[in-house]
Design a protein around this ligand. Structure first.
Ligand SMILES: [Zn+2]
Length: 61
């Protein structure tokens, strides 16, 4: 006997993949704090995302 969940298939719209990728990129931006990837823009981006970093539990200071 199989459970009904095995036959459940939900259609995932293509735009959902783009939204997920965008969310990952924004999360990556929020998690940056050094100048390795962002250069001189890192400092202002760090200040801009500072509260978001704390909300995600990223060690900061
Ligand atoms: Zn902080």
């Amino acid at each position: 006997m199989t459970s009904p969940a095995h036959h459940l298939s939900l259609p995932i719209p293509r735009w959902a993949y783009a939204v997920a990728l965008l969310a990952l990129m924004v999360t990556w931006l929020v998690l940056q704090e050094n100048g390795i990837a962002l250069g001189h823009a890192a400092e202002s981006l760090h200040e801009f995302f500072h509260d978001g970093r704390h909300a995600l539990g990223v060690p900061c200071h």
